[in-house]
Ligand binder design. Structure first.
Ligand SMILES: Cc1ncc(COP(=O)(O)O)c(C=O)c1O
Length: 389
């Protein structure tokens, strides 16, 4: 039974309905499928973090944190960025602790993008960018990454820039393809934005998950880009606690002022006990320096286990994900094969078309290896049973 309202609503997001993520989630639970779909880890976080949160609660840190975040945590974040990437952010005016990377994305876009502006972003893309842009009365301008290597065609970006372009959204390492930016990408982006008022919004939630000894080419590694960038990261992703909803955002002070104006009315502040725990935990640089090797072992295990499957795996340079190609053995759409994998084989994945606003079907599915070894083994065994159609 639901209540029936006499009120007529007018949607601001007519294209947002029940997403394929919800459909897959429901089908997966009906079939009790092995979950290789979501980017949420299914293994425990460091017990010291849980103890840290518990201690903070017991010590009475249960009221609002300062609006921009606990100073100790902001200091750790600024020190980490300076050590790793060479840009020094001012702890008081250029670092914001957010209630998740998602909130950081919302506050940044909402604070900086005006009605009538255009925002360039790349597809396939994380699902929140375009709807947040639309909610500002602005226009999202999607540029497709090349397939199958998921690089940016910078000539296309140049052609898409207009006097109304206010922001370019970057995501490296990239969800869903696992592609990472290189030094040339940064140079091209810097050249295209020089002498403009374009802000770069850089979603770097997988900054510590870059494989094969490669560096993370984030915006803080490039002084000229750092001056016009908002960098977003997620402590939920870095520390296997996606449910804790804590992230951060760094940007030059003038840009940060506008982001904070939204953050203070949206959230006011992020959860207090979690911030205490993270501030202590981040005293140990190994907590982020060890992450690439940790996830590389998972990527390698899944790749090895799938060597006997009919899928062709695309290389993953970073993130929690890799893409699998099935075009050589089936004509099914990516949504059809994903449903078949759940119903007939008991394993859940995500069709790449879910990451395109126009539903482009490249006959690729996304697998998440942010899972414990038993899940990776069971999921891979199920995928090895798949027969061609
Ligand atoms: C590219 C990207 N950005 C942002 C987020 C959201 O991060 P958070 O859980 O901290 O909101 C995700 C989560 O999957 C993601 O993959």
């Amino acid at each position: 039974m639901t209540l029936r309202s006499p009120v007529k609503t007018r949607t601001k997001l007519p294209d947002v309905g029940t997403t394929i993520f919800t459909v897959i989630g429901q089908l997966s639970s009906q079939h009790n499928a092995i979950n290789l779909s979501q980017g949420a880890p299914n293994f425990a976080c460091d017990t010291r973090l849980v103890q840290g949160v518990t201690r903070a609660m017991e010590e009475g840190h249960n009221q609002y944190a300062p609006m921009t975040g606990l100073r100790a945590l902001k200091t750790r974040v600024a020190e980490k960025i300076a050590d790793l990437y060479g840009t020094q952010y001012d702890v008081d005016s250029e670092v914001l602790i957010t209630a998740s990377a998602s909130e950081g994305l919302y506050s940044a876009i909402s604070g900086l993008v005006h009605p009538g502006d255009e925002v360039i972003y790349f597809e396939p893309s994380f699902d929140s960018y375009a709807p947040i842009v639309r909610l500002q009365g602005a226009t999202p301008v999607a540029i497709k990454l090349t397939v199958p290597d998921f690089t940016v065609n910078w000539d296309e970006v140049r052609a898409a820039i207009t006097p109304r372009t206010r922001m370019i959204i970057i995501n490296t390492p990239h969800n869903p393809s696992g592609k990472v930016f290189d030094a040339n990408d940064l140079q091209q982006l810097a050249a295209l934005t020089r002498n403009t008022d374009i802000v770069v919004l850089s979603d770097e939630v997988y900054e510590h998950v870059v494989f094969d000894g490669q560096p993370h080419h984030g915006m803080a590694t490039h002084p000229q880009l750092a001056e016009r960038s908002v960098i977003i990261s997620s402590l939920g992703k870095t520390y296997h606690v996606t449910g804790w909803r804590v992230g951060y955002c760094v940007a030059p002070a003038e840009i940060m002022d506008e982001i904070c104006k939204v953050h203070q009315f949206l959230m006011f502040s992020a959860d207090t006990p979690m911030q205490y725990a993270f501030a202590e935990h981040m005293n140990d640089p190994q907590t982020w320096l060890s992450l690439s090797a940790f996830y590389q072992r998972k990527r390698d295990l899944l790749q090895t286990l799938l060597a006997e499957s009919p899928f062709k795996l695309l290389p993953s340079q970073g993130s929690f994900f890799l893409l699998a190609d099935y075009s050589h053995f089936s004509d099914e759409s990516d949504s059809e094969i994903v449903k078949r994998l759940i119903v007939d084989h008991g394993v859940a994945t995500i069709p790449l078309s879910a990451f395109y606003t126009d539903g482009t079907d490249n006959k690729l599915i996304r697998l998440s290896f942010a899972k414990d070894e038993a899940t990776l083994r069971a999921g891979a065994a199920a995928l090895c049973q798949v027969k061609s159609r």
